[in-house]
Design a protein around this ligand. Structure first.
Ligand SMILES: [Zn+2]
Length: 523
């Protein structure tokens, strides 16, 4: 998800990824007899230099959060288990807004200071390289929302008349908990969310406990599978819960706000009922579903303009089930898209935000697989219709999706040309190698992160072809502005194989649809 016109004011700095910041050496000092350094204030993401932090690896977040929809106030206690990857005199967490009242390291008071989104923690004694330790932060306030600049689209921790919706990309996590806020540092999560009765809470993973007291209830959710910080969600509302299992036995937990009723509700329920079928199709294509549970969260929030692949339980705007005129619209494609992200985006997460096409290209390609499954056109037909219907002078072709820049991170082209890149690769290497590349990418990187160069290297390894040459398939589709010409005889021949007129028309419909959806919001 995101916005085609999302603009950030963050300055772009070129820092080699994962290198300790040069400042770290200067900051090193003697404390006692231990040589220690200040952990870097960012992981070195070229697009978001201050996102995440260096010097440690997060293992688990235990977020004990009290939220009152009447005041929008949140009181939190975060216990974060980490492992030092350097000898640390101090280290940073990311936290935007929200006041900090106390920080402890291994149960002992620590000094702390704030600077922008950086919460700098200085323990009483340096933490040795490789040591596991626990940071506790007590904090509170009204959680910070993010808007998509130039639009009215809200993201982040969004207070709603019904409670709260928590979703955003890349910005959301630091607006409601102290965090190493970059997908490179995944962790497991426990959420203990206390809300006034009769509010209810749904989150990622499994519901473990519901503890009701007079006036309030604590909902304990556990997400044990490693998760990128922006994929964590807690959603507060009055949920109609549907617990069921897919035909493969996967537990499903769907939460639809009870205020969504009538025809719209029936359409949403019918869409969610197809999740098992969608997962079967995607598992056949990509390999086994990566997580131990699945489901959906559909808030009643009127101005929610996007869907997000929050891990194991995507958040969906109810608006996807209506066209711009308010007429019913099949939204199976959104469910397919968000569930495909469970493989590509979530289980295999980005290591650098510039590689966003790896998320959106795959999720959009999954929509093409769904179109084929529904007998509305093959991926090749949709590819061809898309190629034919966007003129060479359309700005669509000017986006370099392999390095789009922060402003264009979620441009239509990242989605559509991203999927086209995969079809171009398929045409280049043939079906057998293509599917082996896709499945190995999902399997080799499961639970971790991947980059575009790593994906290209895998494609070359599997196919035995030189694919990263200038004018080769990746250079052409990912890194060269302009409408690609078909560069190889093999690619040319396959594209030239004409499909029927009707199939092309149906495929062209997909493109019209997707552009309408992207104009309405993101997913
Ligand atoms: Zn997406």
């Amino acid at each position: 998800m995101g916005s085609s016109f999302r603009r950030f004011t963050v300055a772009v700095a070129v820092i080699a990824l994962f290198c300790a910041a040069p400042a770290a050496a200067d900051a090193s000092k003697q404390r006692g007899s231990t040589q220690c350094v200040a952990g870097a204030p960012g992981v070195g993401d070229e697009y978001y230099p201050t996102y995440g932090n260096g010097g440690y690896d997060t293992r688990h977040y235990d977020l004990d959060v009290e939220y009152d929809p009447a005041t929008d106030r949140l009181e939190g206690e975060a216990s974060i288990r980490v492992r030092a990857t350097e000898s640390l005199c101090s280290f940073n967490l990311d936290l935007v807004g929200l006041e900090v009242s106390r920080v402890e390291v291994d149960g002992k008071r620590a000094d702390w200071s704030r600077s922008g989104q950086e919460l700098v923690v200085t323990p009483k004694r340096p933490v040795g390289d490789g040591r596991r330790f626990e940071v506790e932060v007590r904090y509170g306030g009204v959680p910070v929302e993010f808007t998509i600049p130039g639009t009215t689209i809200r993201t982040g921790f969004m207070a709603t008349p019904e409670g709260a919706t928590v979703a955003g990309q890349p910005e959301v996590a630091a607006g409601w908990y102290p965090v190493n806020d970059h997908p490179i540092d995944k962790a497991s999560y426990t959420f203990e969310v206390t809300v006034p009765n009769p509010y209810e809470v749904v989150a990622n993973g499994f519901l473990r406990d519901v503890d009701s007291r007079r006036g309030s209830t604590t909902w304990k959710w556990e997400a044990r599978e490693p998760m990128a910080s922006y994929l964590a969600t807690i959603d507060i509302g009055d949920w109609d819960v549907n617990r069921w299992r897919t035909d493969t036995g996967l537990p499903v937990y769907d939460a639809v706000d009870s205020r969504i009723t009538g025809a719209l509700r029936a359409e949403i329920d019918a869409g969610l009922a197809r999740q098992g079928e969608v997962l079967n199709l995607l598992s056949d294509a990509f390999g086994p579903y990566p997580f131990s549970t699945v489901g959906a969260i559909v808030p009643n929030q009127e101005d929610l303009r996007f869907a997000l692949e929050t891990q194991t339980r995507p958040v969906y705007s109810k608006r996807f089930w209506r066209d711009p005129q308010g007429n019913p619209r099949n939204a199976d494609f959104v469910v397919v898209h968000e569930l495909a992200h469970q493989w590509f985006g979530d289980d295999v997460a980005l290591a650098r935000w510039q590689d966003i096409w790896l998320n959106e290209g795959f999720a959009t390609y999954a929509e093409w697989l769904w179109e084929e499954y529904e007998e509305r056109g093959t991926p090749q037909e949709i590819f061809q219709a898309t190629y034919d219907s966007i003129p060479a002078d359309d700005p669509f072709w000017s986006v370099v999706i392999g390095d789009p820049g922060v402003d264009l991170l979620f441009h239509d082209a990242v989605y559509v040309r991203g999927a086209m890149t995969l079809q171009a690769l398929r045409n280049e290497v043939g079906d057998a190698d293509f599917w082996e590349i896709v499945r190995r990418w999902a399997a080799d990187k499961a639970g971790g992160n991947g980059t575009t160069p790593e994906f290209i290297a895998l494609a070359e390894e599997v196919s035995g072809q030189d694919l990263d040459a200038p004018d080769g398939v990746f250079d052409t589709w990912l890194f060269t502005a302009g409408k690609p010409a078909f560069s190889t005889p093999a690619g040319q021949a396959r594209v030239a194989r004409a499909s029927t007129q009707t199939a092309r028309e149906r495929a062209a419909d997909w493109l019209n649809d997707v552009r309408t959806r992207l104009a309405q919001g993101r997913y």
